[in-house]
Design a protein around this ligand. Structure first.
Ligand SMILES: *Cc1c(COP(=O)(O)O)cnc(C)c1O
Length: 398
């Protein structure tokens, strides 16, 4: 899964280019930087690699989501429909702009269930935010159709699925806007960083200004820039962008290894009829950062997780149902609205409602799900050996 497994001479070279000039900021200092513009170069590389006209780097994936909401004009009182299975950053970004996260069920795609989305639409709904979890994609055709019918914006949280495609298009480039995270454990890393991608020039210009205090970046003199709207500081640094520039050039290698290792593991687990697999909307487009699979019952899945842990081989096998960061069940801070600063009444009311909301459909999926992280460093023998160990454990608990 993570690009940090392949850190080396290429990353050091790009970072050294920046250290040579000492210009660590992405804007200004034109003469002193001697033609080194790593952030701009990475943005161009992102546009080329993912076939999107506009890309705006940010300081993190969370900042990218917040920027995207701002750029799309989503804020106070607006409802954003999102899945019950994601990373906490998804709802953090919604709350940060004053909007209301409306959590709905996931299905065996481990992403938004389109029927659950339809049922959650109200007059306040402004945006649907699918999260392409664990390397694979949401049902974009169905979600796009719903957005069209109800005049809603579509923002893709593709932070975990860099390189995945849906019907030939990269996830993150299909909706009104989409985001990647380049944090340390993502498919390509900048240490910390993120990006907003969009096909819309105005949305891009909003992102460009918002991430830099509202600067319009139109003149040569930064001090003379105008501020057409309020912004923030979500800038990436040149050092971080430099790391990303080396990493993005390795993406095809990462994806090829992930897909190969994932398929070997899947073939091994497929020999057990009781094991079923995630419903992947476009199998060829799966980035294969994880192999996600199901056992028939929660009890058996818990028994598998316990047995793997006892043998000290649970590492890399994630049981999200009990995970503090990824599933509604453990988001007590969200459900009790534990904010350091006052939330709006509408936000508080909607968060309180989460306590009594029925997530049994998501529970039935997540309680039987294991995601096995695919390492870039495994040799073929190691994948086979890992698969066979898992196989033995599964057989013993069935
Ligand atoms: C990692 C992640 C984010 C946030 O990215 P950071 O760069 O860590 O801020 C957002 N959404 C999802 C689904 C993620 O996995």
């Amino acid at each position: 899964m993570p690009g940090f497994e392949f850190f080396g001479a290429e990353e050091r070279k790009e970072v050294n280019d920046v250290l040579e000039t000492g210009i660590l900021m992405r804007y200004g200092f034109d003469a002193a930087r001697k033609g080194i513009w790593k952030s701009q170069e990475l943005e161009q590389e992102i546009c080329k690699t993912f076939n999107t006209p506009y890309a705006q780097l940010t300081s993190s994936g969370t900042a990218a989501l917040t920027t995207a909401f701002a750029a799309l004009g989503i804020g106070a009182g607006d409802e954003v429909i999102m899945p019950s299975f994601t990373f906490v950053a998804s709802f953090e970004a919604v709350l940060s702009v004053g909007a209301i996260p409306v959590l709905v069920d996931v299905d065996e795609s481990l992403t938004l269930n389109p029927d659950a989305v339809k049922k959650a639409i109200t007059t306040k709904t402004k945006c649907i935010m699918p999260v392409h979890m664990c390397g694979s994609m949401a049902n974009m055709d169905a979600l796009q159709q719903i957005c069209k019918e109800h005049h809603l914006l579509l923002l893709e949280d593709a932070c975990q699925s860099i390189g995945a495609t849906y019907k030939g298009k990269h996830v993150g480039t299909i909706g009104d806007a989409g985001t990647f995270s380049f944090d340390f454990v993502k498919t390509i890393t900048c240490a910390e960083g993120g990006v907003v991608m969009t096909n819309n020039k105005t949305i891009y210009e909003n992102c460009d200004g918002f991430t830099d205090h509202g600067h319009d970046h139109k003149g040569a003199d930064r001090g003379a820039d105008l501020h057409p709207f309020l912004g923030y500081n979500f800038r990436i640094s040149e050092l971080h962008a430099a790391v990303g520039l080396a990493q993005i050039k390795k993406l095809d290698t990462f994806l090829a290894i992930q897909r190969k290792n994932c398929n070997i593991l899947k073939d091994i687990l497929s020999t057990i009829p009781e094991v079923s697999f995630r419903n992947v909307q476009d199998v060829e487009g799966d980035s294969c950062t994880f192999l996600s699979w199901f056992l028939p019952t929660e009890d058996k899945t818990r028994a598998f997780a316990a047995a793997m842990k006892a043998q000290n081989i649970m590492a890399g096998n994630f049981y999200w149902y009990d995970n503090n960061w990824h599933y509604i069940k453990k988001w007590d801070h969200l459900k009790s609205a534990k904010s350091l600063y006052p939330l709006t009444d509408a936000q508080k009311t909607s968060l309180e409602k989460l306590n009594s909301q029925d997530f049994s459909i998501s529970d039935a999926v997540m309680s039987r799900c294991i995601s096995t992280a695919i390492s870039l460093l495994w040799t073929e023998e190691q994948v086979i050996s890992k698969g066979n160990k898992m196989l033995e454990v599964i057989k013993s608990i069935l």
